[in-house]
Design a protein around this ligand. Sequence first.
Ligand SMILES: Cc1cc2nc3c(=O)[nH]c(=O)nc-3n(C[C@H](O)[C@H](O)[C@H](O)COP(=O)(O)OP(=O)(O)OC[C@H]3O[C@@H](n4cnc5c(N)ncnc54)[C@H](O)[C@@H]3O)c2cc1C
Length: 500
Amino acid sequence: MIVGGGTAGWMAANLMAHRWRDRDVSIMLLESDAIGTIGVGEGSTPYLKGFFKSLGIDESEWMPACNATYKCGIRFPRWSTVPGYESYYHPFFSPLDREIGQVFFENVRRRRSGIDTPANPTDFFHAPFLSSNACAPHPEKPLPFELDYGYHFDAGLLGRFLREKAKAAGVEHLIDTVSTVERNGENIEAIVTEKSGRIAADFFIDCSGFRALLLGGAPDYRFRDFSRTLFNNAAVTVQIERDFSQPLLSETISEGLSSGWMWRIPLQNRTGCGYVYSNHYVSPDAAETELRKTLGLPESARVNHLKMRVGRAEEHWQGNCLGVGLSQGFIEPLEATALMLVQFTIEHFLEAFRFQDTEAPGPHKKTVFNERINQLFDGVLDYVAGHYKLNSREDTAYWRAAREEIVISDRLQALLDCWDNNGDVDRLLEQAGAELVYSRASWYSLLAGMGRFPRNLRPADAAVAREHQEVRRFCTGNLARFRQHQTQLDSLRQSVSEPA
Ligand SMILES: Cc1cc2nc3c(=O)[nH]c(=O)nc-3n(C[C@H](O)[C@H](O)[C@H](O)COP(=O)(O)OP(=O)(O)OC[C@H]3O[C@@H](n4cnc5c(N)ncnc54)[C@H](O)[C@@H]3O)c2cc1C
């Protein structure tokens, strides 16, 4: 029994129906028509590629249906005030970057040691070149490897698409509202709904969003609150018409505002925008005014206010209940990681879960599973917290507090100390391994991109500038090998309307 029909619920329904297609399992998804879905969550990491691949769903099938676009990475303007680093790019990497990436790492190493080498990641990877030139991460002629990329999509349309897929795979869909949960110790026996009454099941998946209807009521439910690390607790969002006179970029823009940041997510028909802020520093009204002013919105534009609860459950799988999605926890959307955590949770659960007829999961398996999910949450938390800790803005109390007052993990502090003291960051990252979740290239992009370097630098020799130019020429030269973003999306639509 899956409770909740947001993106998390339908992702779970599809992955479970697919994995257990040869088993005698009935899956029901129940959602309320009185309680809506959150309605946001329109950017992904490259991990989502694997979700569609595992279900055998081609881009040409789901992308046009969801007005989806490609995402080569995230651009971060107005987080840093360091000259030359006022904006930087967190790219998704590709094998094309292998050699120029080494130039970036070497330049960063030298700049950390006090030499004036260029080290803004925006200049060193293909992704920023592709996205600012409105290219798709798809070459005209096939390359011997695939580029890493994520997606942007309409959350409502994706929900509907996944719902139809799940129903076609045999998932039963019920519209009703849960009023009470019947428990027996750690386990849930049944839910009681307003119209259909009592519904029993062997296993429950809680996808009820921030309410955490099932998991949150477990006898020893514990929630690890992240609000001392991530100050943002609210968002105001708006959708604006796409300006077809402008090229369709293949990037998310996450721009710092006065008390938080604003995303711009380009879809095929519109741009989704949202200001994520802390209501301790700006009121919802003032945040809305700032959003409207920044985007030049007409008065008639309808905005939506949301509250966010940041943190995670200590145990995502407790008794016969698994929390998936906002019910299990949430790290604010700066790196668009929530659906990655959803997918990872379901995939790992499917690995760990055993039917009674083969082998009971046992407490140990559950503990290992919960630890693994917590590790992922905490690794993402470190990376997202790093953005705030490294900001160099002085213009508002929010940005100063975000740098000086946030509580960060010992692990992140150790990394920053190592970086600042010109220590062996590579060894530290290697030792941390999977615990830090993000790759060396991502950490370097963040730390270098924010301009975290000594201030008094010695000039570099002329060869450095030449090499920098060569890298730029190489990336620019390769642009011609890639399709325009709009052309690639049009070809996906065409392949749907003209089946082979
Ligand atoms: C501001 C913001 C921006 C975000 N941006 C991103 C992003 O860019 N990328 C990303 O990956 N994620 C993002 N997320 C997170 C993403 O939106 C969610 O992870 C995703 O939508 C999954 O939500 P959900 O399905 O867990 O919950 P919801 O969408 O809230 O769905 C909850 C479901 O539970 C049902 N329900 C609740 N109570 C009951 C009841 N009593 N009885 C029956 N049914 C009930 C509701 O009907 C609904 O169907 C963002 C989140 C926020 C807040």
